[in-house]
Design a protein around this ligand. Structure first.
Ligand code: 4AD
Ligand code: MG
Length: 457
């Protein structure tokens, strides 16, 4: 039976398999021919490390075919390694080559490739060390997200991907239509849904429906934004984690965001050691210390108004001038988290004018019960709020934002029938992964990035 390399190299398993016959499969990473014998490094993606395979005698015949990139199955005996780079190695007895790989044509050469180049070969890049580690951490963080919410009594709800309402009111939505491109695009009578429909920008509004019936819920799915932001922090298709809690105010929401971020950070530190050490060594020096600090120290919490004071008093010059009432730019957010607090910081109570229509108006009538979590390196990683649960306030907001009440009839009815205080947030899953891995560009943290002019693969 085939054994994954991770299981072989795992310290507890080594003794189980030592001096026994095992069968492994994987892709050849490197070959070193030493004349009377040869070293072949084989990896199967289950772990960062490769297994060293020794060819001697008859198995040396296979050497010309064991090129970098070819896929193989190898049976042999696992022995203690005399070399100092590994504890064990596999003495090959039988070799099967599943798929050869012409080294002249193979696009993944042994040298280091730029991340930009690797994006153009996204069908091969998961075989690189960095992308393998990214994929494993992405998997671990998705799992940890479910563990956290399930352990805290949240119900996982699947909200729709096709929707007719614009949650964030920004208008940056991808249209979904079956109309002939040459026909009038407003001919909704002949369109599939007989009304304008879009890819969702957020599962929040539908999430609120379930929170106002089942208390605590979360969604975790793909979201889409047709904004033309060509930055290292924006994608057109990204994943969002969105918890929503009934009978909860902004303070409870702030606590949940902090606890969740700490939990997943701690989970990564405990369960992804090998991959995090790799990122600490090659991508961001000091990553492990930064993550440990996040897991251990409590986050700073200040209001938007205080943040404006801090930024103004800093005397630093920014590209975008800042004053009360203006939205923070990424440079301001990063200054606060990276330089001023040197740890995550949660900003609350933003001016009503710069936030979405659904946020609860504070008693000062000027600010809303909003919160953004800002972290070093990224800036905003989470955006959330207490929701406006008072019907008349919400109706007024919808009017002021020039939205159509008819479009939100069901959202308004939730405020008419058994309304309750409730709050929630959205975490950009790829931004979380940038934060955990220290990677610089969001396009390298999702398997197949979608951004302006790019939808390859
Ligand atoms: O702040 P946003 O726009 O909030 C919402 O969508 C709310 N409806 C969430 C809620 O309260 N349930 O987006 C939430 C997070 C941001 O903080 C950011 O991390 C991420 O989603 N995000 C993006 N990530 C990648 N690419 C983009 N274009 C993103 N836009 C937002
Ligand atoms: Mg936001």
């Amino acid at each position: 039976m085939r054994i994954k390399i991770k299981n072989l190299l795992h310290s507890q398993s080594v003794t189980t398999y030592l001096n026994k016959k095992v069968y492994v499969c994987g892709w050849v990473k490197t070959v070193r021919d030493q004349n009377t014998f040869a070293f072949v490094e084989v990896g199967d993606g289950s772990t960062l490390k490769n297994l060293q395979v020794i060819l001697k005698g008859a198995t040396l015949e296979y050497l010309p075919k064991l090129t970098t990139g070819s896929s193989v199955g190898i049976q042999g005996v696992l022995i203690e390694s005399p070399g100092k780079n590994q504890n064990i190695e596999l003495q090959a007895e039988e070799i099967e080559i599943f798929g050869g790989c012409d080294p002249e044509k193979y696009l993944l050469q042994k040298k280091r490739h730029s991340f930009e180049f690797l994006r153009t070969i996204a069908h091969l890049r998961p075989r690189t060390n960095t992308q393998g580690a990214v994929a494993r951490i992405r998997n671990a963080m998705a799992f940890a997200t479910h563990v956290f919410f399930q352990n805290n009594g949240f119900l996982y709800v699947h909200t729709p991907i096709i929707t007719s309402s614009d949650c964030e009111g920004g208008g940056s939505m991808f249209r979904v239509t079956t109309l002939n491109p040459l026909a009038s695009q407003n001919d909704y009578e002949n369109d599939f849904f007989k009304k304008p429909t879009y890819l969702t920008v957020s599962g929040q509004l539908e999430g609120e429906i379930y929170a106002l019936a089942l208390s605590d819920i979360y969604t975790f799915g793909p979201t889409f934004r047709a904004e033309n932001s060509n930055t290292s922090r924006h994608l057109a298709e990204f994943w969002m984690v969105e918890p929503e809690m009934s009978f909860c105010d902004l303070a409870g929401n702030v606590d949940l965001a902090e606890n969740y971020l700490k939990f997943v950070t701690d989970y990564a530190l405990k369960n992804c050691c090998e991959d995090l050490e790799f990122f600490d060594k090659f991508i961001e020096k000091g990553l492990l210390n930064r993550l440990r600090q996040v897991a251990e120290t409590s986050f700073n919490k200040i209001t938007y108004t205080d943040a404006i004071h801090i930024i103004k008093k800093s005397g630093k010059s920014f590209e975008f001038p800042i004053s009360w009432g203006v939205d923070l730019q990424s440079e301001h957010e990063r200054f606060l988290a990276e330089e001023y607090f040197k740890n995550p910081v949660i900003l609350t109570d933003y001016p009503a004018g710069i936030k979405a229509f659904y946020m609860r108006l504070n008693d000062d009538q000027k600010t809303v019960a909003a919160m953004d979590v800002l972290v070093p390196k990224i800036g905003e990683i989470i955006g959330g709020s207490q929701r406006e649960e008072r019907l008349s306030f919400l109706e007024k907001k919808i009017e002021e934002n020039h939205l159509r009440k008819e479009d939100y009839w069901w959202y308004l009815q939730l405020r008419e029938f058994g309304s309750a205080p409730h709050a929630g947030f959205g975490l950009g899953f790829e931004r979380l992964l940038l934060f955990i891995t220290g990677m610089e560009n969001i396009r390298d943290i999702i398997p197949f990035p979608r951004f302006p002019a790019h939808a390859e693969f």
